[in-house]
Design a protein around this ligand. Sequence first.
Ligand code: HEC
Ligand code: HEC
Length: 475
Amino acid sequence: MRSPATVPLTLLCCSGILAACSGSDIPPPSVSEYLPGGAASVSVMPFVSFDKVVANLPAEQKPDFYAGRALAAQPWVKAPTATDARDGLGPLFNARSCLACHKKGGRGDIPESADTPLFSGFVRLSIPGSHDTLGVVPEPVYGEQLQGQSISLLSQLNQPGGDDLPAEAQVFIRWETQVFTYPDGQQTELRKPVADIRDLAYGPLHPDTRFSLRLAPPIHGAGLIDQIASADIEALADPQDSDGDGISGRVNLIWNPQTRQTEPGRFGLKANRPDLTTTIAAAFAGDIGISNPLFPAQPCTAVQTACLTSTDGNNEDGVELPQHLLDLVVHYNRNLGVPKRRQQDSEPGRGLFYLSGCAGCHQPSFVTGDSGPAHLSNQTIWPFSDFLLHDMGPELADGRPDYAASGSEWRTAPLWGVGQSDAVNGHGFYLHDGRARSIEEAILWHGGEAAQARTRFAALPPDDRQSLLTYVSSL
Ligand code: HEC
Ligand code: HEC
């Protein structure tokens, strides 16, 4: 019986469509691939949520995991309250809890109706210029991010008027569609969200404002990513494309408020956060309006006076979220497991993944270092990302640079668990702004440094394209 990929693969190799003609470009399969999170992989059938505890968390640490989950899942409330552990919401915010956006530890969603405001994502803002410790120059009136909610009752009832502390604006989504035609004539509709910003409550935006629409990505496996040695990521960078493969990964260099120095970034869609703790502290401050030791300010700009003078939920540490509670949420995020790979016959697609050049950015595996907890150390993991920035071309560009990342660069999205999004969240919504409804659409949006890989994918016979998609969704 012929293996489904053999014949077309040979043809494509010889016609130069695929990267190489020799099987030596395909690394031999390894059993560890089926445990993408190493010993921390979780086996849940059917897989219903990305917020499962890693399989090997020592029993005595489980109470902290569940305490951290409670802080990530339960809504924060407006200050003041009798018990002040969970107050301090806002005054401006996007959502009341982490998991309201990272649904079940997975993705946010985009409203299908043009009349429902975006909830589990947001629009980042900036104006031209650079800033050493912020990475961008915030929009002077609205700051770095449009917050669609405020603690004011009127704004929560969605009623404008008579309000000195209104939500900043509402973001609605309009879709623009286009058709991708494969060389064999088959067609696929692609769609792209356009942010339609309404009800700007604090006056006009700066005329040179840059906008970036972002949807909450899945957050599993973050502890393992945190423990990859920086040197292993930097070793993959090839800023001048000296190997001539058309792919030049770059490291983003960003300000770390903990160490107070410039360091490589690896978290966030433009790799603008250095580590898990900083990422989460920034999310508390920017997305929920909860000040904390790393980001002690309220989410108000100098001109938002009612926001600045509103009652805060500070405790004796002078912030709304003291270090020990931040640590619990970080502990929870650190220990979110990665699903085991589903055993299925995805081998033909595996070869096509490598031959198409996907692994040039979606770096299959790393061995974690021992900078963090022992149970996450020295694990062979399979995140399928190099955590570097790549120019993805004009179609994916947001035109909003962030530290060293240009307006068309994005960090390679990890692919572990990518095929489980449908099961967990009931939809795909892939890529930074959720535009792709399927893995196929996500690939077809790849441009810039990834244009060659997309061309190779598109040139495959339909059965082979399907094999590649089956493989990617098995990761
Ligand atoms: C309003 C929706 C929203 C809320 C609330 C929110 N996030 Fe996020 N989260 C996002 C978006 C959007 C991104 C991508 C941001 C970017 O890179 O600009 C993100 C990024 C992240 C990342 C980085 C993922 C990666 O692949 O690097 C982590 C970790 C994370 N959030 C955790 C949290 C935690 C913990 C909380 C609660 C304290 C939280 N988030 C609250 C929307 C949200
Ligand atoms: C030049 C680097 C590069 C190459 C080559 C590349 N990708 Fe990507 N990939 C990225 C980046 C960067 C993103 C995130 C882009 C964004 O969010 O706008 C991404 C996103 C994705 C996503 C969406 C993941 C998610 O969770 O949203 C999928 C699926 C994907 N790539 C599959 C592939 C496949 C399959 C190939 C080979 C045909 C490939 N990629 C080749 C860099 C690359």
